[in-house]
Design a protein around this ligand. Structure first.
Ligand code: IVH
Length: 686
């Protein structure tokens, strides 16, 4: 066979095998026997071995996986991968509908048709297709940036390597959920336990763990599946609504969850939610609620985004699943910020298809309130990826000699006396980096993906470096390369390390010597300061020096707290206190000062490349065609700041019907005024 014939034959085999994958995985209706299928795969493999350079992007041999490089590359998402807001009951769900109508200026009695879909409890992934070929697959990451897991996703049979059918879009980005079936999860865990490997806590973690394999042959051997459910971007007007999209996805060769339903009225939505609560018990994979999506894609576009979630969709969560078991023991864990968390060690019990053997007891107060004792029979529950919890004790089953649980006064790790902040429930060990459990977790947090994101410095490495006294504080990370040169046994000679992997580590560390302000604030691990709050602080203070100076002043001067910290939307009193306290601890301040000798903190970056970046718009008067919220959202999407009062800083004023004071002020200040139609034209034109 010559090259041209081989190329033709490889194309035929790729298409044929893809067709049989589609029959088997998407339609669950195989057309040939397993033997016939295997023979086709073998033929393809043999031909590729003869002509390796003719291996196609959509070749079925990608399904087997291949050992890949030492790390995942980062992928900056073209459009952020959003999350969903949650509601937990009918009233909240009804409020969601009201908000939609208000935003769209629709009458109260109009129902907006919604597509209901199961909310799969897995891991979100985005898939890019170019000219019908699967070219890039990424994790969601923080929504802005994920990891390139293309090779691993290629091994997942539920997604097409090449889109099937006619009318294929030139470019397409699909979102869906990678998940593991309950039975496969239990089997995988049983195998892991047998091999003395740590079991996965739930199917979601198992799916995530399977995808984060540097060697995709490992992923290929894991039973991971994929449901497609959203078009992140889709060229051309191929579909008009979400239900059509799901059909289209299926014809392209994706597996779509079968339990979706178009609901026209509120009652239909509630009824379907109740039905699915029953169906959930029979499914062989986990769902933790329903997602309701406005069916009309044009309305979806108009509704836009608020924060990290689209306005057009909502997750209506199910109640947690419950079961009965016995508490074998209560142990105490020390968290990253020193908080002591008691944990119940349970006799393993299956809750909603998953074996549970531990549950959090939160704190001393919770144990006292529920009077949980060792040997008690308890009801436990789990909700999605939330840690299992003890709901209540069955006191009728309690033995007469049982004793009230007595909480320790000292840290179970370093034995220092525990402290309780007045007004707070949790007991804390204040020994910080002096307490091994805390130090290790703080270091792990510092280098973690959402913080400094130092590749190749994972939990295992941190623990090892810590135990050898090589990294005991964040500053040590930046001096390690120099110190390594004088070590008797340098890193390059350690088991599992070599010249190249050591060099990779130095490169990864050097790469983060320059970092954005919000990442540093988050990485410090200040209690209560998550990514969102870190961003708020960074946006407010812009540079680290000003942040630090203000926080140190705030300790002595309450008016600084009120003037500088409290006006930041999203910062409460408790948070302000925690930030101030953090820098009052001498050790923390010294650590930060030490760090600044090794790193450069970039000022917070305000997006400056949008059409209205740097401009301030003020809306006044009644808008006729859109709601005030939609107008505000339009402006913010284009990069503008929306002001509430007219001042010299205002770029222009959009004046609706009966505009009063603000219009007057604008005229006096000589600020440009436009009407609603002009605003809409401007939005459409930008
Ligand atoms: S739609 C822009 N549909 O739930 C909207 N998400 O809590 C994109 N999820 O990050 C999401 N099943 O990982 C959508 N049928 C479904 C889903 C679903 C599960 C996940 C998804 C998302 C998370 C939000």
């Amino acid at each position: 066979m010559d090259r041209t014939q081989a190329a033709k034959e490889l194309e035929r085999l790729a298409k044929l095998i893809a067709h049989h994958d589609y029959c088997y995985f998407t339609l669950a209706n195989p057309k040939i026997s397993d033997e016939q299928y295997d023979a086709l795969r073998r033929q393809n493999q043999e031909l590729e071995a003869l002509f390796p350079d003719l291996r196609r992007l959509d070749s079925p041999s990608h399904r087997i996986g291949s050992p890949v490089s030492s790390q995942f590359d980062k992928v900056k998402h073209r459009k952020p991968l959003l999350s969903l807001d949650n509601v937990f009951n009918e009233k909240e769900f009804a409020d969601f509908g009201k908000k939609l109508r208000r935003f769209l200026k629709m009458p109260e009695d109009v129902s907006i048709p919604m597509l209901a879909e199961p909310k799969i409890d897995g891991l979100s992934a985005s898939l890019h297709y170019q000219d019908g070929q699967f070219v890039l697959g990424a994790t969601r990451g923080d929504g802005q940036e994920g990891e390139n897991i293309t090779a691993n996703l290629r091994t997942v049979r539920d997604l097409p390597l090449g889109l099937l059918g006619e009318n294929i879009p030139k470019s397409l980005e699909i979102r869906g959920e990678v998940y593991m079936k309950l039975a496969d999860f239990e089997e995988l865990n049983a195998k892991r336990r047998q091999q003395d490997e740590q079991a996965f806590a739930n199917p979601r973690n198992a799916a995530a763990g399977s995808l984060r394999q540097l060697d995709s042959t490992v992923t290929a051997a894991r039973p991971v599946h994929f449901f497609a459910y959203y078009a992140q971007s889709l060229e051309g007007n191929l579909v008009e609504n979400q239900s059509e999209l799901l059909q289209k996805l299926q014809t392209w060769g994706f597996v779509v969850n079968p339990h979706h339903k178009l609901c026209n009225t509120f009652d239909e939505m509630i009824k379907y939610y109740q039905t699915m609560q029953e169906v959930r018990q029979t499914l062989d994979y986990e769902i933790d609620g329903l997602v309701f999506k406005v069916n009309d894609l044009r309305l979806q576009e108009r509704l836009g985004v608020v924060g990290r979630a689209p306005r057009h969709s909502i997750a209506f969560k199910f109640a947690a699943q419950q079961a009965e078991t016995i508490v074998d023991d209560i142990i105490l864990q020390v968290g990253r910020t020193g908080v002591i968390t008691p944990v119940a060690v349970l006799q393993p019990v299956i809750v909603g298809g998953v074996t549970v053997s531990r549950a959090t007891l939160h704190n001393e107060e919770e144990i006292r309130r529920k009077d949980i004792r060792i040997k008690d029979t308890v009801i436990v529950q789990r909700a999605g990826d939330v840690i299992p919890q003890v709901v209540k004790v069955k006191t009728s089953k309690r033995s007469s000699d049982s004793q009230v649980y007595c909480f320790t006064a000292n840290c179970p790790c370093c034995n220092s006396h525990l402290y309780q902040t007045p007004g707070q429930i949790a007991k804390r060990c204040l020994n910080g980096f002096g307490c091994e459990d805390q130090a290790i977790q703080r270091l792990i947090h510092f280098v973690s993906r959402d913080a400094l994101n130092i590749d190749g410095l994972g939990e295992k490495h941190i623990s090892r470096f810590y135990s050898l006294n090589l990294i005991t504080t964040p500053v040590d990370i930046f001096t390690l390369e120099d110190r390594n040169k004088t070590l008797k046994e340098s890193l390059e000679t350690w088991e599992g390390w070599g010249k190249q992997s050591a060099q990779n580590l130095w490169d990864a560390i050097n790469k983060v010597r320059t970092l954005p302000l919000d990442k540093l604030i988050y990485a410090l691990g200040i209690p209560q300061i998550g990514q969102t709050t870190a961003k708020l602080l960074a946006k407010h203070f812009m540079v680290f020096e000003r942040f630090l100076e203000t926080i140190l002043k705030a300790h002595q001067n309450d008016s600084v707290v009120h003037k500088e910290l409290m006006p930041i939307e999203g910062i409460g009193h408790g948070m302000a206190r925690d930030i101030i306290d953090f820098f009052q601890q001498k050790y923390n301040l010294q650590m930060v000062e030490g760090l600044l000798k090794h790193i450069t903190v970039l000022p917070y970056e305000v997006a400056s490349n949008l059409p209205l970046s740097g401009k301030t718009v003020v809306f006044t008067g009644g808008l006729e065609h859109i709601s005030r919220s939609e107008a505000k959202a339009q402006a913010e999407k284009l990069g503008a700041k929306v002001g509430s009062a007219v001042s010299a800083q205002t770029t222009f004023v959009v004046a609706g019907k009966d505009a009063g004071q603000k219009l007057k002020a604008a005229k006096e200040l000589g600020i440009q005024v436009i009407d609603e139609t002009a605003w809409q034209e401007m939005v459409a034109g930008l």
